[in-house]
Ligand binder design. Structure first.
Ligand code: IMP
Length: 435
C-alpha cells in the first residue's frame, strides 16, 4: 500500500487520462500536484469523450476521492465549469473533490499577461496554451500570488488584489498596450468564487498523510510530461512547473519515502504541441498522416500536434529523472498500418554520439537522430486483449522498447476505450482481492 505516481514520459498528451481512469478503479484517492487548466485529460466511456482540464480524471469512478494539490494553479472559472459539467453528467463531486487551501489562483491578469507576452515574443514564442499558467507561477515564486486561504479574509484579499492589479495594469498598459483590469470586478468575482469553492477546500497534506497512514491506495498524476518540465525539459520551451515525479512531493505535501512506484506513460510514437525542439519529428506530410491516424489535436487548444518516431533518448531521460519503475505504452494501434516503424536509439552531433538528452537547446535542435528500423505488423491490434496474442512484430517492438529503456512495459493501450487495454504485467495496481 502506498503512493504510486503516474507521469508523462514525453511532451505530454501521452494518454494519461485513460490510464489514470483505468487504474483509479482500484485506488482510493487520485491526486494532482502541478500545472493547471493547460492540461487536457481525455477519457472515453462508451461512445462519449470526456475531457477534463483541472479535476483529475479519477472523478469518473464514483468511489474515488480526487485531490487538487497545493502545487496546482487553479482557474476558478474552469473549475466551476468542470464541476457543473460533471454534475450535468450525473457525477456528484460533493465529498469527493478536495482542494488544497495552499493552492494558488489564476487571475484574469495572468491570462492577459500570458497572451500579451506570447504575442509580443513573435518568432521566439513558446506556444503556450494561453491559460495564464506561466504568469500565475511567476507570481507564486515572486511571493505575490493569491492563494485559496487568502479568499477567507476579505480585507487582506482586497488589499493584495489592489496592489497586484495596480502593478499589472502598468505592465499591461506600458509594455503590451493591452486592456486594463477592473479591480473591483475581480474582487467581487473572487469573493463569489470563495462561496462556491468553500465546501471543497481542505488541508490536503494532512488528509493525504493520514490516508497513507491508514494504508489507502493513492495514485498521484502529473499533468504535461517530463520534456515539458521546467528543470529537465526542453527549456525554455516548457511549462512553468515540475511534471516530473519530484514535483509530486512538493505539490501535495507528502514525503519521498511514501512513494512506492513511478509509472511513466509513453505513446508508441512521439508528439508535442507548441514550439521547441523535437529531434524525431516527421516531415510535414508524414506528420499529417500520423496526426490523422492518431487524432493528434490538442485536448485543450485543439492545435494540431507535431508527430515523430519514438525517441528512446527521451524515454531514457524520463526513466532516469523520474526513477520510473515501469512504462505504459499507449496508442500502439495508431502504428497498425505502417510497413516500417523506426525507433531513435541515440543522436549524432558533430561526429559525437549522444546517449543522454542534452541540456543545450542548440544541440537539441541540431542533433541527428540515429534510427533502427523495425518491420510493421500490418494488422489491427485494437481487438487484442493479451500480449501473447499480439502479432510477433508488435511484440518485438514492445520488447525492444523495454530493452532500450531498461524498464518493463506494464500496460499497452490499443484504442481509446477502457476495454482496449492489454495488461502485460499485473504489478501496477493491487488486485481486487487485496482491497
Ligand atoms: P503553458 O503550460 O500553457 O505555459 O505552455 C507551455 C508549453 O507546454 C507549450 O508548448 C504548451 O503547448 C505545452 N503544454 C502545456 N500543457 C500541455 C499539455 O497538457 N499537453 C501538452 N503540451 C502542453
Amino acid at each position: 500500500m502506498g503512493v504510486k505516481i503516474i507521469v508523462g514520459a514525453q511532451w505530454g498528451d501521452e494518454g494519461k487520462g485513460k490510464i489514470v481512469d483505468l487504474v483509479s478503479e482500484k485506488v482510493d484517492i487520485v491526486a494532482r500536484y502541478q500545472g493547471g487548466p493547460n492540461a487536457g485529460h481525455t477519457v472515453v466511456i462508451g461512445d462519449e469523450q470526456i475531457i477534463l482540464h483541472q479535476i483529475p480524471s479519477g472523478i469518473l469512478r464514483e468511489n474515488t476521492i480526487c485531490i487538487i494539490g497545493n502545487g496546482v494553479v487553479i482557474d476558478p472559472v474552469v473549475l466551476m465549469q468542470e464541476i457543473d459539467f460533471l454534475k450535468q453528467k450525473g457525477i456528484d463531486v460533493t465529498g469527493r473533490l478536495l482542494i488544497s487551501h495552499r493552492a494558488h489562483l489564476i487571475m484574469p491578469y495572468h491570462h492577459l499577461l500570458d497572451s500579451s507576452r506570447e504575442e509580443a515574443q513573435g518568432v521566439d514564442k513558446i506556444g503556450t496554451t494561453g491559460r495564464g499558467i506561466g504568469p500565475a507561477y511567476v507570481d507564486k515564486y515572486n511571493r505575490s500570488g493569491i492563494r485559496i486561504v487568502d479568499l477567507l479574509d476579505r480585507d487582506v484579499l482586497s488589499e493584495k488584489l489592489r496592489k497586484n492589479i495596480a502593478e499589472k495594469n502598468k505592465v499591461l498598459e506600458r509594455i503590451y498596450h493591452a486592456v486594463q483590469i477592473d479591480v473591483d470586478k475581480v474582487i467581487q468575482d473572487y469573493i463569489e468564487f470563495d462561496h462556491l469553492i468553500d465546501e471543497y477546500v481542505t488541508d490536503v497534506s494532512v488528509y493525504l498523510n493520514e490516508a497513507i497512514r491508514q494504508g489507502k491506495e493513492i495514485l498521484v498524476e502529473g499533468a504535461q510530461g517530463t520534456m515539458l518540465d521546467i528543470d529537465f525539459g526542453t527549456y525554455p520551451f516548457v511549462t512553468s512547473s515540475n511534471p516530473t515525479a519530484g514535483g509530486a512531493c512538493c505539490g501535495l505535501g507528502i514525503g519521498p519515502t511514501s512513494i512506492e512506484a513511478v509509472i511513466g506513460i509513453a505513446k508508441a510514437y512521439t508528439t508535442r504541441v507548441g514550439m521547441g525542439p523535437m529531434p524525431t519529428e516527421f516531415d510535414p506530410e508524414f506528420s499529417q498522416t500520423i496526426r490523422q491516424l492518431g487524432g493528434e489535436f490538442g485536448a485543450t487548444t485543439g492545435r494540431p500536434r507535431r508527430c515523430g518516431w519514438l525517441d528512446a533518448v527521451v524515454l531514457r531521460h524520463a526513466v532516469r529523472i523520474n526513477t520510473l519503475s515501469s512504462l505504459v505504452l499507449t496508442k500502439l494501434d495508431v502504428l497498425d498500418t505502417l510497413p516500417e516503424i523506426k525507433i531513435c536509439t541515440e543522436y549524432r552531433y558533430k561526429n559525437k554520439t549522444i546517449k543522454n538528452y542534452p541540456a543545450e537547446i542548440n544541440i537539441q535542435e541540431q542533433a541527428v537522430p540515429i534510427y533502427e528500423t523495425h518491420p510493421g505488423w500490418m494488422q489491427s491490434t485494437q481487438n487484442i486483449r493479451a500480449f501473447e496474442e499480439m502479432p510477433a512484430n508488435a511484440q518485438a517492438y514492445i520488447r525492444r522498447i523495454e530493452e532500450l529503456t531498461g524498464v518493463p512495459i506494464d500496460i499497452i493501450s490499443v484504442g481509446s476505450r477502457r476495454d482496449q487495454t492489454i495488461r502485460k504485467n499485473r504489478s501496477l495496481v493491487r488486485q481486487p482481492d487485496q482491497r
